[in-house]
Design a binder for this molecule. Sequence first.
Ligand code: CAA
Length: 384
Amino acid sequence: MIIGIDKLDFYIPNFYVSMTDLAKARQIEPEKFTIGIGQTKMAVNPVSQDIISMGVNAAQNMLTEEDKKDIEMVVVATESGVDHSKAASIEIHSMLNIQPFARCIEMKEACYSATAAIQLAKDFLSNRPDKKVLVIASDIARYGLNSGGEPTQGAGAVAMLISHNPRILTLNDDSVAHTTNVYDFWRPTSEKYPVVDGALSKDAYIDSFNTLWNEYTKRTKYGLNDFESFCFHVPFTKMGQKAFKTILSENVEDSTKNRLMDAYQDSVNYNRDVGNIYTGSLYLSLISLLENHEFQDDQKICLFSYGSGAVGEIFSGSLVPGYEKMLDKERHLDMLKSRKELTVEEYEHFFNRFDNGEFDLEQELTQDPYTKVYLDSIEGHIRN
Ligand code: CAA
């Protein structure tokens, strides 16, 4: 049975702040952010873009009326949910006009849960040959002004249509997950911002990757040369690279190292200009890789998903010949390029307005063709 990613799209809000400007404002050497962390721009969401509107904006362009009839489940993966009870997917299902006999749920395990959603979709579809599942990973990463995590913020959503006979990537039956109880990054319900042990989080990420790679290679007998490239969860572009280097040891041929590191750079092109979008980061990286790297038919990609707390998973996908036709690089580049640059002062203003829930649609709404849906107001705890 062949199940996988048939359609793939993303949405990033229309504002960003330059990492160089942010570093200067925080009296930090810009190279720490641009080289040490490896980020150039950071996406900033206005109050009028929440995880629901971003999810709709990510999915609206790729779905046909036929897809909407075939979608039997909508899963939203997020760690910045807006409600403890009601799933964000219910509003997304409604705004996208998906047929009413669909299941809608929201999933949580830090940045990992979109991968759990994809694996759930794969199992769910195994006895439903004509059905599809819509998976949306949508998040707003906020650590607070002047906080240690500030340079690793971001906002955005990725939408994926999972189906039989996919036209982009077949999901292989080789996934290995790993759970370990660690307090590296978490979001107590009483707190506005995450609680983070930055150094521990980097170590926990690398430990998870190393443990999984050992187990994965043992179980599958695959090695580095079975893959054209690797794709990582990207909280910042240096993180995946740091983890990757731990397995590109002295015993690995230089040609393999260079090939894989070149492909890694292609996989973080978009993430470098966006920042962390938590659940969507791995899949934004996958889009970046597919749109910026030259592949040959049937080549395999190894994916590493990581969510603090912590759950990690390694799995692989095989490219479907003709996958390029299902992508829209020009549109994606234009969406990223046409964003408005904010000064650090304006970014701080946006940030504080978000905390206070102050809508200012005049300042926030832009004429960009990518923002079709926005949060207009909240009345009696109902989001309009
Ligand atoms: N020029 C070049 N490089 C410089 C530099 C300069 N002038 N100054 C510093 N650097 C380098 C440092 O050497 C360091 O590189 P190495 O890690 O290779 O040594 C890098 O810049 C960052 O420096 P620090 O580690 O000292 O930075 P920091 O203490 O300010 O924290 C951070 C960085 C831990 C990423 C912090 O921003 C943070 O806590 N972010 C949130 C947590 C996070 O993203 N963790 C990632 C793993 S967990 C995960 O993946 C889940 C998730 O999405 C949250």
